[in-house]
Structure formats: C-alpha cells, structure tokens
Design a protein around this ligand. Sequence first.
Ligand code: NAP
Length: 341
Amino acid sequence: MTTPAPATAPPLRIGAACTGWIGGWALHGPVTAGARATVTFVASRDRDRARRHAEANSVPAYGSWPELLMCSDVDAVYLATPNSDHLTKARQAVLAGKHVLCEKPLSCDASAVEELLALAARRGVLVQEAYHYRDHPAVARVLAALRAGAIGRVRRITVDYGWLLDRPCDVRLRPELDGGAFLDVGCYGVDLLHSLVPGTWSVLDVQAVRGPTGVDLESRARLALRSPHPVRAEVRAALRAPATVCEAHIEGTEGAVRLLSPFAPVPPPGAGTAGLGFRAEWEHSAGAPIEPVPIRAATSYHHQLDAFAARVASRAPAETAALVSRARVLAEVRNRMEKNR
Ligand SMILES: NC(=O)c1ccc[n+]([C@@H]2O[C@H](COP(=O)([O-])OP(=O)(O)OC[C@H]3O[C@@H](n4cnc5c(N)ncnc54)[C@H](OP(=O)(O)O)[C@@H]3O)[C@@H](O)[C@H]2O)c1
C-alpha cells in the first residue's frame, strides 16, 4: 500500500514515545539517513530520560506524554511503548489531532480498534500499525506478485518467526504489558496472512509453552479462511529460539515460494541466520519470473517512515478491515491460550 509522496510535502513532524531500543532503528536512524520526517519531541515517563534521549538524537524538545500531545510542532506520534499501552496512547493522540504510527500490535480488542479508526476518520488523522516490512520495495514486489497469482491461488501459508530473548526484565516477559511470543512476533505472521489473502481468518487451534512469568515463550496457531476458496495457515512464534528464524512458505495451486527473512528485509546487526536479508526462493511459479528488487542500505523502517509521511500527505485512508481483523485474530489466539492453560 505504498503511496507516492507529494514531492512538495514538508517533512512530517513526529513526536516520539520511544526511549527504548527500537526508537533508534525505526525512527532516529531513518530520519538521520534522510527519511521524509523529522523528530520534534521525545516523551518519556521520566523527564531526565526524555532529555537524555532528545540530546542524544538532536531532538529540539522533550517532556511528558501530555506535553507531547499539546506540542503544536508535532503532526504525528510514533508509539513504541509496551503493547498494553498502545491503544490508550493512540486514542489520546487521535483526540489531540495527531496522526499515529503505532508499533505492532496496536491492540487485541477489535471493537476498540474499530472505534479508534472511526474516531480518527472523523478527526481527519491516519492511524497505521507499524508492519514496516511491507513497505520495503523488495518485499512489496513479491507480495504484489503473489496477490496477482504468481503461484496461482494461495492454498497454504506457514510462517515461523522466533528469536532468543535473553533479557530477564524485558517487557515481552510481562503478562500485564501484553508480552509473549505471539504478540511479539506471531503478529507478523497474522499480518502476512491478511496481506496475502484478505478476509475473515478463523483460529482453529492454538498451542503454547509458557515461561515462569506466564507469557508464551513458544506458540503456534492454525488458522483457516473459508471463503471464497479454503486457505490453511500455521503461524509459529518463539522467544526462545536457539537462533533467529524468520521465514514463510506459501503454497499455491500453481507453485510455491519460500520467503527468507521477510519481516527483517534489511536485518539489524546480530540477526543470526536472518542476517542475509530478504530473499524469495520460487519453487515454481505461474507466468514470468519475478525480478528481485536489490536490497540496498535503506531499511524497511526508512521506507515505512517515507510511506507513512506520504500517506498522511495524500490523506490515504487507514486499512480498517485488516486492522480490525488482525486484532480479532490476536484476541482469539490469546483466548484459546487462556482456555488451554
Ligand atoms: N517493529 C519492530 O521491528 C519492533 C522491534 C522491537 C520492538 N517493537 C515494538 O516496540 C514496542 C516497544 O518495544 P521495545 O523493545 O522498544 O521496548 P523497550 O525497549 O522496553 O521500550 C519501551 C519503552 O516504553 C516505555 N515503557 C516501558 N514500560 C512502560 C510502561 N509500563 N508503561 C508505559 N511505557 C512504558 C519506556 O519508556 P520510558 O520509560 O522512557 O517512558 C521504554 O523506553 C513493542 O510494542 C514492540 O512490539 C517493534
């Protein structure tokens, strides 16, 4: 869903609620590298941390979240706080008239997401969930080819995303902050299903292995889309994979493809076996071969920022149906995990 940026649009002014690791990779790095955005405010629960983060990244203003919302130099917010905090902050930002780029997952509450998007539409602001990989041109070309029938009709999708989390105090290990493997990396698989075959996905069954804090350290969900043609899927997520695994296998009526590192097209340093970046290995395909787009230095986060700024400038609509459906699927996966306890 990349939208060309109007060449005349000024850089989008972003207020950042992110003093954690991902802020550097997803926001400050791309801005420094020339993305069409600038960071005008950093918010933290701790004023001193906000100041240090602002100074380290040459951001002119800092303060609390309420101060960020009142700042007239902020057009949009980037939310990279724990998962449980996303929906509340996104709603507050929309009420303050700010566009929202929210880290995944936005929420597991589909009706709240629906209300948020309706509110955003009334206020004339965009809410986008940060599935950055889709904005990378190499991934976007392959997804578009698959949607156009490169392997015929998609029949089966298997997604594996796992890494080794070795920080005992990480937010992902805290159930009250909506931690766990499925919400951390399984959500990418759920996004890929919706991207390839939009519609109403149902959860068939879920298995999870929990850690001492109660969050799932490994989980798998089997899903199905019944109409118009049946599609089956399995999404596997892990926070205790011995080495990073990031791949998807997609089978169609006329071929198949293996996507390597689809969710980290230009991977961060130390990304293990996913460190080679995105590749598509076509097992066979219908029609002409799909020319790969070379992986260059600009990261998927850089492309995401450019695309987000372009969507804001062109007043592109939110991808409402997919946002709501992803939230519904994630909620169902969590409910099944609870029932299986
Ligand atoms: N797109 C990607 O590739 C990617 C990669 C990593 C993470 N993420 C997403 O980014 C989000 C943050 O992950 P992270 O690894 O960056 O986490 P993190 O390093 O722990 O940072 C989270 C930030 O949120 C704030 N925070 C911490 N606990 C909070 C709480 N209880 N309530 C409100 N704010 C709190 C902290 O800022 P202050 O203490 O300064 O307020 C902290 O800097 C998650 O949603 C995750 O899924 C995405």
